[in-house]
Design a protein around this ligand. Structure first.
Ligand code: MTE
Length: 317
């Protein structure tokens, strides 16, 4: 495997570790042999020069996910966003987030760990960066296919050494109403908080994303670092993280606090459990006409169903 010194890793120079992905998922295909193979897809090492026009389409070698679903365009991925800290209007997030300051940035990791640590972005880039193509299924019943760049959250958690008391991971987004006007809206109890069970957080598919389409994350997508949990509804994939705590009790997320009858802790994609106000059996893939059938665990059941063995997924929605 091609080796690269960690200091060479910059957001625009992506190193992909196929070995790690294979460990979590099973078989894997090389980027040059892409198409409909039954495993999550990985691309090839990518070096995309910075593009002055953020709407121009950067190239990655992969063109589809492991199911053969084509990538959603860069333009749609970066111009149709949910980021309530800025606005609830998906098409205005990109513009409102344009001046969001993402450097310097630190992520404080603590709570029930032996080695609490504050990481800056260069520290996070020391973890081997990979490209992973994941489907993103929003609870609002639209979806995209996105080539993320990032590293498994498990790598960061291993670094801080959770104690035996740690059972959950709690994530927090920056709170800065001067920069994020949506945080002046008191409908929500800011900052945005999300959580995972520790075994979900340690799962190899759970990614800390620092980029997409071979480029650093743009602010609208959660720069400089966000979570991506592909088998759960998109709202679990919290953006612009500043704090991660290992805790004993199930954390209360922003959405659980706002509407507990509508949004549960697990939020696994599940076509047989309707949202109280709409069905989850199908979805609109951005860039396509018509609707697609929604897949259990968003199509990642083979990898993650075991995490929920014996659980009532209607009750634990
Ligand atoms: N994270 C924060 N901090 N604030 C948000 O409003 N929206 C969530 C999630 N992460 C959100 C967030 C929702 S509902 C979705 S669908 C995804 O981000 C959208 O990610 P994208 O805009 O990069 O596609």
């Amino acid at each position: 495997m091609e080796k690269i010194h960690p200091s060479e890793i910059t957001p625009e120079h992506v190193y992909m570790s196929r070995r790690r992905f294979m460990r979590g998922v099973g078989a894997v295909v090389a980027g040059s042999l892409l198409s409909a193979c039954g495993v999550p897809q990985v691309g090839s090492p990518t070096e995309t020069p910075a593009t002055p026009d953020p709407t121009s389409e950067p190239k990655v070698k992969a063109t589809a996910d492991e199911l053969g679903d084509p990538l959603t365009s860069f333009k749609a991925v970066t111009n149709y966003n949910n980021f309530y800290e800025f606005t609830t209007n998906k098409e205005r997030v990109a513009r409102l987030a344009e001046d969001f300051i993402t450097s310097p940035w630190t992520v404080e990791v603590g709570g029930l760990v032996h080695k609490p640590r504050t990481f800056d972005i260069d520290d996070l880039r020391q973890f081997p960066q990979e490209e992973r193509i994941y489907r993103l299924r929003c609870v609002e019943a639209w979806s995209m296919v996105i080539p993320w760049v990032g590293f498994p959250l498990s790598e960061l958690l291993k670094d801080v050494e959770p104690t035996s008391k740690a059972k959950f991971v709690r994530f927090e987004t920056l709170f800065d109403p001067d920069q994020m006007p949506g945080q002046k809206n008191s409908t929500f109890d800011w900052p945005y908080v999300e959580g995972l069970r520790l075994d979900e957080a340690m799962h190899d598919l759970t990614l800390m994303a620092t980029g997409l389409y071979g480029k650093s994350l743009l602010s609208q997508n959660g720069a400089p670092v966000r979570l991506v949990v592909p088998w759960k509804y998109g709202f679990k994939s919290i953006k612009s993280i500043v704090k991660i705590d290992l805790v004993e009790e199930m954390p209360m997320s922003l959405w659980m606090a706002a509407a507990p009858q509508e949004y549960g802790f697990y939020a696994n994609v599940n076509p047989s459990v309707s949202h109280p106000r709409w069905s989850q059996t199908s979805e609109r893939r951005i860039g396509e006409s018509g609707r697609r059938e929604t897949l259990m665990f968003n199509g990642y059941g083979e990898e993650v169903a075991g995490l929920y063995a014996g659980m009532d997924l209607k009750k634990n929605f």
